[in-house]
Write a protein that binds this ligand. Structure first.
Ligand SMILES: *Cc1c(COP(=O)(O)O)cnc(C)c1O
Length: 397
């Protein structure tokens, strides 16, 4: 999934446009910027690419999640349903909004399941944040149907899945708002950056205002703008947006390359006994940043990552044993330790994260392995990888 692999002349050209004018701020300075509006152009192109009405860039994916929650009115006193397999940022944002994260089970899509969501509902549930992990989709149509029926706010964390879709509709465009990350290890990168997308004009207006101290961004005179409310600063700089704009223009090529590389490895290992694959509600919509598969059990999964590592097949993750992406290993969450007083206060209302039980998710994550798909592999490197992978996995199970 790494956009950093393809940093080139296009990125340098976009950044130099900004350096040549010296206008690093995304708003105002109309004459001095000589027609360069990198953040604004990125937003227009991203919205078009994803088939949504509005996109707003933020300083990070985490900032995008916080902004989306504020813009949708999710916060103090609310319960927000999240999966235990995600990056910690999803849950941090819920806490920083003063809301209570409620962990619900995943299924073999490696994402929040509709059944897990139903089981976690309480009268205090206000929002649901499915996370489209590792480049592909949750059963988002079913999740959306439940949210619509129950009157819940659907916010999609699509930080890892830009360019992926489900039955022709972009991930991130199903809910009231969708969030993306363009951090240094995501599919496309700004260095640091993120985005909120929505089809709802009121959510969009609250989004760009919240991310810029409440400014309404009406008219050309920043000094004369009104303030809609007390907000924050989650703005992106023109330099970061410039890098991301060049990367966004490579997205179709990125997806094509990832899909081809992933298919070669998947085809080769699909004949091995004992190996099954992540469930994909719409295989054609997978952005193919990872190849995710299941071993028969915990022990064979641990053996598999070890033997893949020994064979020199890098970029293989057994998330169950990984301390960034699965709740089981988040010791600081189990200890209920937070830096901000607001989060500390909020944690007092949360269930003890150390004793949250997600047995279905455990049973799936114990067996799951994801192999990162790179863009820069030559044909020979890909073939070598295929052979080494088959050899390493053949001996197990
Ligand atoms: C990367 C990521 C985020 C946070 O994005 P940043 O830009 O790093 O703040 C949130 N959720 C998920 C699932 C992510 O992978």
């Amino acid at each position: 999934m790494p956009g950093f692999e393809i940093f080139g002349d296009e990125e340098r050209k976009q950044v130099n446009d900004v350096l040549d004018t010296g206008v690093l701020f995304r708003y105002g300075f109309d004459a001095a910027r000589k027609g360069h509006w990198k953040a604004r152009t990125f937003e227009t192109e991203l919205a078009r690419r994803l088939g949504v009405e509005y996109a707003h860039l933020c300083a990070s994916g985490t900032a995008a999640l916080s902004t989306a929650m504020a813009a949708c009115g999710v916060g103090a006193g609310d319960e927000v349903i999240v999966p235990p397999f995600t990056f910690v940022a999803t849950v941090e944002s819920v806490l920083m909004a003063g809301a209570v994260p409620v962990f619900a089970e995943i299924d073999e899509t490696l994402c929040l399941s509709p059944e897990g969501l139903e089981a976690a509902l309480t009268p205090a549930t206000r929002a649901v944040i499915p996370v489209h992990m590792c480049g592909a989709m949750a059963r988002i149509e079913e999740i959306k149907a439940i949210c619509d029926k129950k009157g819940l706010i659907l916010l999609e964390d699509a930080c890892q899945s830009v360019g992926a879709s489900c039955n022709g509709k972009a991930l991130g465009s199903f809910g009231k708002a969708g969030c993306f990350s363009f951090d240094p290890v995501k599919t496309i990168t700004c260095g640091e950056g993120g985005a909120v997308v929505t089809n709802d004009r009121a959510v969009y207006d609250a989004t760009h205002a919240h991310a810029d101290h409440g400014h309404d961004h009406i008219g050309n005179d920043r000094g004369a703008e009104d303030h809609l409310f007390i907000g924050a600063n989650y703005r992106i700089s023109e330099l970061n947006a410039a890098v991301g704009l060049a990367q966004l223009r490579k997205l179709d090529w990125i997806l094509e390359t990832q899909r081809r590389n992933k298919a070669a490895i998947k085809d080769a290992i699909s004949t091995l006994p004992g190996i099954t694959f992540r469930q994909l509600p719409d295989p054609a919509g997978d952005s193919a940043t990872f190849l995710s598969f299941f071993m028969p059990d915990l022990e064979t999964a641990r053996q598999a990552v070890k033997s893949l590592g020994a064979a020199g097949v890098d970029g293989c993750f057994h998330w169950f044993d990984n301390n960034w992406h699965y709740l089981r290993k988040w010791d600081h969450f189990h200890a209920m330790k937070a830096s901000s007083r607001l989060a500390v206060q909020c944690l007092a209302n949360c269930p003890d994260f150390g004793s949250v039980e997600t047995p279905r998710s455990d049973a799936i994550m114990q067996r799951a392995i994801s192999m990162q798909i790179k863009l820069g592999w030559t044909e020979t490197e890909l073939q070598t990888r295929v052979e080494k992978t088959v050899k390493a996995l053949k001996t197990i199970g």
